[in-house]
Design a binder for this molecule. Structure first.
Ligand code: SF4
Length: 471
């Protein structure tokens, strides 16, 4: 049995960031090579701190869904997941045994050599008849002075494609460092020019900055009076959103240190948690704001506030993905990075098989079943605020300066809208939803949302009333 975990950045502010990771998880699930594919995030749930607990097997491969190596892949992810590793990840990855699970952590997908094929596939999409006689290829990277690795990978890909002889010339250009993208008319001579952005996703850079810096008006732009004569530019979509990235992920997983063995077993704590939940679900159960009702071999989920409403008045969902997309936003359309905040949307019901119920619950309340069961077994160790604060680096290091009163002020503001009981602040949970108390859900550690809010508080940016976010 094998679990694959895809790690994305996620966002407290908008739901877009998680979508690319969902898409890859779906593509890989369809291939059926892993028993489960789970998404985890820095700024959403399940968080990097929680995600290992949500995997069902003792053989876990973790792949960072980033285009280049850097602060997140080398510092934040290994630290938050407790990998006992910091700094550059070797090509074969890092393997550790954590809490009875063998965890293999790989390089980010963007640095895998097979990304060269993805660049070529993107180029072919905009110019199927590119030729070594008259076509140039520009591999366009972000570039940054903070992390030299992010340009290295762009140069490596450009070198590999140049050596393959498929283009008259191949150049690596950057948005934020030399050689800058705006210099292309001086350095690129071919009459036809394909530009492939080496970016993770479509966004501000690919939609605005690059077209602006290059003078592009669409997928194909004519430049009649360039220094080297008439040129035509073909602008490709970013590499990170190509379906072939799923193959890159699978290559990485195959090559991960120690992969290819017999695989792992069912993780016993995880399985016991689900069995406890399913036992409750078969009898009918409330977990947080959700009502789980058994119905002739399937299960129905709905917001408990919609109890008793005729099914015809509600939108009926039949897949875990449908549930996922329903619960990502509040009724007011706001993104929900913390799923235990009491703002679950209403007006829907889901009818699911037992297997789909498991996946749906991962999306409705990520890590809640595993953490609550661990709590009830006295196996959930709270992390006091001071420890969480000490672990923070980069722009979050300043939360170490927060006074207990400031932390409490933020918690009063944010956590009172949350179902969870703050064990990390010394609160006690005597009965959980598994004992029939729907809101009985432990919080072992301040979430990244609260950490970010404490940072705002320390910076004096939360405003007088302290309500910079509404829930
Ligand atoms: S820190 Fe507060 S808001 Fe975040 S999960 Fe815990 S109780 Fe909820």
């Amino acid at each position: 049995m094998r679990s694959l975990v895809l790690i994305g950045h996620g966002s407290h502010l908008n739901g877009e960031s998680a979508v690319a990771v969902y898409r890859y998880a779906e593509l890989i699930r369809q291939r059926g090579l892993f028993d489960e594919v789970i998404e985890g995030y820095w700024k959403e749930e399940p968080s990097l701190r929680q995600v290992l607990r949500t995997t069902a097997s003792t053989d876990v491969t973790v792949i960072p869904m980033f285009i280049s190596e850097g602060y997140f892949t080398e510092t934040v992810i290994p630290r938050e997941m407790g990998l006992g590793h910091q700094g550059p990840v070797p090509p074969e990855g890092v393997a550790r045994v954590i809490g009875g699970r063998t965890v293999r952590y790989t390089l980010p997908y963007g640095v895998h050599p097979s990304m060269t094929d993805v660049i070529l596939a993107r180029a072919r999409e905009v110019l199927p008849d590119a030729s070594p006689e008259d076509t140039a290829l520009i591999v366009l990277g972000h570039g940054t002075t903070r992390n030299e690795n992010s340009n290295k990978i762009v140069y490596q890909n450009a070198d590999r494609i140049r050596e393959s002889g498929q283009f008259a010339e191949v150049q690596a250009l950057f948005l934020d460092e030399d050689p800058k993208v705006g210099t292309w008319p001086e350095t690129v001579r071919s009459p036809r020019v394909v530009v492939v952005p080496f970016f993770a996703s479509e966004g501000w850079h690919t939609l605005e900055t690059i077209p602006e810096d290059m003078g592009l008006t669409g997928t194909v732009t004519d430049f009649p009076d360039n220094p080297h004569g008439h040129q035509q530019v073909f602008y490709a979509k970013p590499v990170g959103t190509h379906a072939a990235v799923a193959d890159v992920i699978l290559h990485l997983a195959e090559e991960a240190s120690g992969a290819g063995g017999p695989g792992g077993d069912t993780e016993r704590g995880h399985e016991a948690a689900w069995q406890a939940f399913l036992k409750g679900a078969r009898a009918g159960l409330r977990i947080g704001e959700v009502l789980v009702t058994p119905e002739l071999g399937v299960f129905e989920l709905r917001n408990a506030l919609d109890e008793g409403r005729p099914g015809g008045e509600l939108t009926t969902l039949v897949t875990p993905e449908g549930v996922r997309d329903q619960v990502r936003f509040t009724d007011g359309g706001e993104h929900r990075p913390v799923h235990t905040l009491r703002n679950l949307p209403r007006g829907w019901r889901a009818v699911l098989s037992e297997a789909d119920l498991r996946r749906a619950m991962h999306y409705v309340y990520p890590a809640v079943i595993e953490e609550t069961y661990a709590h009830d077994c006295h196996a959930l160790r709270p992390t006091p605020w001071a420890t969480t604060a000490r672990r923070q680096t980069g722009i979050y290091a300043k939360v170490q300066k927060a006074t207990p009163a400031q932390v409490e002020h933020v918690a009063q503001d944010v956590c009172t809208g949350c179902l969870r009981t703050r064990l990390w602040a010394g609160q006690r949970l005597t009965h959980s939803f598994l004992d029939g108390v729907p809101g009985g859900i432990p919080c072992a550690e301040a979430c990244t949302f609260v950490v970010a809010e404490v940072r705002e508080e320390v910076s004096g940016k939360r405003g007088g009333g302290g309500h910079s976010h509404s829930h």
